[in-house]
Write a protein that binds this ligand. Structure first.
Ligand code: SF4
Length: 76
């Protein structure tokens, strides 16, 4: 499982960073950002919880290539 935060959608609410700090942290602009390429298995449940908690749906959960996931999202 992989995750990606869309910086244009993040409103810096802090939910994902609180729930799963192993995967999400703040970047220098105060926007949440994924810290790992691949989410470690032992924190997958927390990462999923963080994705669901995001009030603006800024976090994309995907597997495989990021480009393919982004394309799939655009079609939705
Ligand atoms: S939960 Fe969503 S809006 Fe809140 S800090 Fe994380 S990515 Fe940003």
């Amino acid at each position: 499982m992989k995750v990606h935060v869309d910086p244009d959608l993040c409103i810096s609410c802090g939910s994902c960073v609180d729930i799963c700090p192993d995967v999400f942290d703040w970047n220098e602009d105060g926007i949440a950002q994924e810290q790992v390429d691949e989410v470690p298995e032992d924190v997958e449940d927390l990462a999923k919880e963080a994705v669901e908690s995001c009030p603006t749906d800024a976090i994309m959960e995907y597997s495989g290539s990021k480009q393919r996931a982004a394309l799939a999202m655009k079609k939705e």
